[in-house]
Each structure stands twice: as C-alpha cells, then as structure tokens.
Design a protein around this ligand. Structure first.
Ligand SMILES: C[S@@+](CC[C@H](N)C(=O)[O-])C[C@H]1O[C@@H](n2cnc3c(N)ncnc32)[C@H](O)[C@@H]1O
Length: 341
C-alpha cells in the first residue's frame, strides 16, 4: 500500500478540544510525534460524556475516522488513491474479457447455450462501471458508501447499548476500512471489552469452481482486471495504526475462510459482516460464524444484491436453518437481519 499523508488528518484531530486527561495524554503523544496507544483511548471512554460546548467528541472523532477510511480530503488522505493514474476500464475491455470467458468456460456454457455475458447477468458497460468503482473510484480503505458505513455504526451502537454479548467481525475486510470503523465504534460507544476480527485471504478473491457456481467463476475471470481485489495484511495493520486503533482488541484471521473461520478462537459474536462476494465464501462464513452470533446480534451481507452467488448461499442457509427473521435492505446491494432472541 502506498504511504498515506496523514498530516491534515492529524491537524484536524489536534483542533478538537480536549477536555479530559486521557485525551490530553493522547494529544500530548501526538504532538511529541509518538504513536498513542489503545489504553489512552480506552481511558478516555471511562468518562462517557466527553462533551464540550454541546459538541459530542465521540461523534466528531467517528466522523474523522469515516473520512479517513473513505480517503476523503477532510480526512487528510486525499493522496491515498492507490490506483490513481491507472487507465479506466472501458466497456470494450469488458466485452473482450467476456469473449475470453466464453472460450475459457465453454465446457460449462455450451450445454446451456448461454454466453458468459448472459450468465454474468450484466453487459459490458455495467461491468466496466462496477470494475471502475472498485478499482478507481473506491476510496482508500473501503469501497463502501456512506449508507453502508451508517449501517455498521448504527448496528454496532445498537448491540453495544443493548449489551448483546460478543465480538465484531468482517469476513472480507479487504483494506480494512470497515473493521477500522468497527474498532472506532467500540471506543465511541464506550465498549471496553469486545474484539474486532479482521478476516481476509489478503491474497484476493479465491477462484470459484465453475461446476458449483459458473456465474461466480465468470465474475472472477472479469475481476482479474482489478487484481482480484488483493490487499496486503501489513498495509491493513498500518492503516489501523495510523488511526491509533491497532491494539490487542484487533485480531487478524489471514487465509481462506474455510481454513481460518471454523477454528477461530471466537466465542461469541454480536455483529458479523460478510463481504466475500462469492457463493462459497458466503456459505463458508455463514456456516462457521452464524452459530456463534448471539441472539439479538446482527448479520450484514454486503453482496446480497450483486449478480454473484452470495444471495443463493444466504437463501440456502436461511432455509436449512429455519431462519425467518426479515431481511432488511441497506441499499440496493446489502442486507442485514437480526438473530431472534
Ligand atoms: C469486495 S472485497 C471487501 C470490501 C471491504 N469489505 C470494504 O470495506 O471495502 C472482498 C474481499 O473478500 C476477500 N475474500 C473473498 N472470499 C474469501 C475467502 N473465501 N477467504 C478469504 N477472503 C476472501 C477478498 O480477498 C477481498 O478482500
């Protein structure tokens, strides 16, 4: 990951008034150019009412973290676009990739008489738009928009305030932005104990088996254009550290979900966010994690509305386990439901 210029981010944080010893210590650490540590952040939360002149410092800080992970200029990370300068992916590029997919997947396509474009579910122009969003327009540490960020903050707050027991996890953390926001939400809403689990291959999207989900296999072929969304574990750690949020309450599960999640030392979850795109990835994460979700906890599925196998995995799991809790749409792509008490 490219080095990020956090100068402006730090200067905004310095301008936030500091009414409390814990915050003052953090400020002092920042000014002396040291990395401030989690105990200071937790210390500040022992006083839940960090308000000054009506301003809610927790909200302001959470807003800064959001800007940071989105790479917005006010977050001081305007220089963070890791793909800046890369050429736009055109509809013509995607038409060529689809033609290539017709050849590569002929064995599975021919019997059904369908083309790769038909199986992918969208045409070259929309594929180009989707790939460009991921590759060029996506912000620094997350490709999720404000509605999705709002959703995570709101559900995190709900489980913390209602004392639903358990940790938070994102399976499909990519560059870590959503998990940074989860860790920030713990602090902002006064939680002292939970862990945030950051699960990803850090090697990009796995190759789906075309016999099990041909649509995912074709999308995987198309997403070679965006490097299969490969991220880097050390860069994600650094991104946490730059926000002052890399501490013992952040734990990484690096590897394929099928290998890392079943035996992960997670006792209970209160919030699980699945963002692994494919049928297999979503199925593996649900099977390993949903049994550990506390009643009253939430599962968010980022890719339910995508033309991939994610929705099939969710629907199958819900039918198999008799889950009839209503699905709530967050936007046109993501859904969540609450595990009944
Ligand atoms: C769309 S990205 C996630 C975006 C991210 N949540 C955000 O905030 O922008 C999908 C991620 O899921 C990971 N992934 C998908 N399937 C996986 C699997 N079976 N095991 C491990 N990682 C997986 C990929 O490596 C990739 O980083």
């Amino acid at each position: 990951m490219a080095q990020l210029d956090t100068t402006r981010y730090d200067s905004i944080r310095r301008s936030v008034p500091l009414p409390h010893n814990g915050l003052a210590a953090r400020q002092s650490a920042m000014e002396s150019n040291q990395t401030y540590s989690a105990p200071l952040i937790e210390d500040e939360r022992r006083d839940p009412a960090i308000k000054l002149g009506g301003a809610d410092l927790s909200s302001m800080w959470l807003a800064l973290i959001r800007q940071y992970i989105r790479g917005e200029p006010d977050g001081g990370l305007s220089a963070c676009s890791q793909t800046a300068g890369a050429a736009l992916i055109t509809a013509e590029d995607c038409a060529a990739r689809l033609a290539d997919a017709d050849r590569v997947f002929a064995e599975w396509l021919t019997p059904s008489g369908r083309s790769a474009a038909q199986v992918a579910g969208v045409g070259p122009a929309r594929i180009a738009a989707a790939l460009n969003h991921m590759h060029h327009e996506s912000r620094c540490l997350t490709m999720c928009d404000d509605v999705l960020l709002d959703n995570v903050v709101a559900l995190a707050r709900e489980v913390i305030e209602r004392r639903v027991p358990g940790d938070f996890i994102e399976a499909g953390a990519w560059r870590g932005g959503m998990t940074i926001l989860m860790r920030a939400a713990l602090t902002a809403f006064g939680d002292m104990n939970r862990t945030v689990w950051v699960a990803d291959s850090f090697a990009g999207l796995p190759a789906p088996n075309p016999a099990s989900d041909l649509r995912d296999a074709i999308w995987h072929h198309l997403m070679r254009a965006v490097g299969l969304l490969q991220s880097d574990l050390d860069a994600v750690r650094s991104a946490f550290a730059r926000a002052g949020l890399l501490d013992r309450r952040v734990r990484f599960l690096a590897g394929w979900f099928a290998d890392t999640l079943p035996d992960a030392p997670i006792e209970r979850l209160a919030l699980m966010r699945l963002d692994g795109d494919w049928y297999d990835s979503t199925r593996d994460a649900l099977h390993a994690l949903y049994p550990r979700l506390s009643p009253g906890g939430f599962v968010i599925v980022d890719d339910y509305g995508l033309p991939t196998g994610c929705a099939r995995a969710v629907d199958e799991y819900r039918v198999q386990h008799g889950i009839d809790a209503p699905l709530v749409w967050v936007n046109q792509q993501a859904v969540y439901w609450r595990k009944p008490s």
